[in-house]
Design a protein around this ligand. Structure first.
Ligand SMILES: [Zn+2]
Length: 312
């Protein structure tokens, strides 16, 4: 089993509590740790810079602090390599290192400043979700009552990300903002941690038109383990398979990936409670789907997408 996981919030927990040890093999307070990455053979884990809602005035400094934390802890010591290029990706897929891809969830503090955006790129950020659940200078999030799309400045931000080689993440966008992104982006985009709204009617999930669009453009959909995005009640691995069945029925075999949201949740799907338990999911997948579909979901679809989108 090889796994690539497109979303976690371990950096948030480590930022809030600097005593948490990513490399600890004991109880660490983290869902995603290095020993668990090894146990599940997670070759690449995406790590989001996500500022707690407690921070009322997000500043660019906060992003720098997160990026600094990432490089000083997770990516220090030679066991975990930051994934900035295709070469980094190939090195981790074919060698003993683990890979860590730095992302940003909520671009509030970028304030449309291209210097800030380029600086994040230099620090290794390769994917950005423009909003969290609410509105900012660029777009409306999925829980913003106004439900508007991208602003003029936000549309220019899409172009800048396209040019720099930063993938855009639609997971928290309002439906209107999703379609603005579809119209403005000249590169495929993704939803790193969202399930199917037809299967579980949560606003954070994707409707069938959104799923078809992501499939059509060669984007990716990261199945997420947030219990209330899996089922209104009684989330289970079996419940997650219903989302897979549905997305496969829309032609999504090449688009399905993983985006656990570990460390961003305080309830878990039973048997899928931390990053060391991907084998339980894999077991159920192999029982139900052909090997090539399972491998696509577990790693191959993220791998092929990153090989297309990362710089050489
Ligand atoms: Zn999120």
């Amino acid at each position: 089993m090889i796994v690539i996981d497109g979303h976690c919030d371990a950096l948030l927990k480590m930022y809030e509590d600097p005593s948490l040890d990513f490399f600890s093999s004991g109880p660490s307070g983290l869902d995603v740790t290095y020993p668990r990455m090894c146990r599940s053979n997670i070759k690449v884990q995406f790590f989001a810079i996500y500022l707690s809602e407690r921070i009322k005035n997000p500043r660019f400094d906060h992003y720098l602090e997160y990026a600094d934390l990432f490089h000083r802890t997770i990516a220090a010591g030679g066991r975990v390599r930051p994934i900035k290029t295709r070469r980094d990706l190939e090195a981790v897929m074919n060698g003993p290192e683990r890979g860590a891809l730095l992302t940003l969830e909520g671009a509030d503090a970028l304030q449309g400043n291209p210097l800030y955006l380029r600086t994040l790129y230099q620090l290794g950020v390769r994917l950005i979700g423009t909003t969290w659940n609410y509105a900012n200078w660029a777009a409306d999030g999925v829980l913003e009552p106004r439900q508007a799309g991208f602003t003029r400045q936000g549309k220019s931000f899409i172009k800048q990300c396209n040019e720099l080689g930063i993938v855009l993440d639609a997971s928290h966008l309002s439906v209107r903002a999703f379609w603005d992104l579809a119209e403005c982006s000249n590169k495929p985009f993704v939803a790193t941690h969202s399930n199917s709204k037809a299967v579980c009617g949560h606003p954070r999930n994707l409707d069938d038109d959104q799923i078809r669009e992501l499939i059509r453009i060669g984007g990716r959909i990261g199945l997420t383990f947030v219990p209330w995005f899996v089922a209104a009640q009684g989330a289970s691995i079996t419940g997650l398979l219903k989302h897979i069945d549905h997305i496969l029925s829309l032609g999504g075999a090449g688009a399905l990936t993983l985006g656990s949201d570990f460390d961003g949740i305080d309830r878990w799907i039973p048997q899928l409670e931390h990053a060391g338990q991907f084998d339980r999911l894999a077991l159920e997948l192999y029982k139900r789907y052909p090997d090539d579909i399972v491998e696509g979901i577990l790693h191959a679809n993220w791998h092929s997408f990153l090989m297309e989108q990362l710089p050489a």
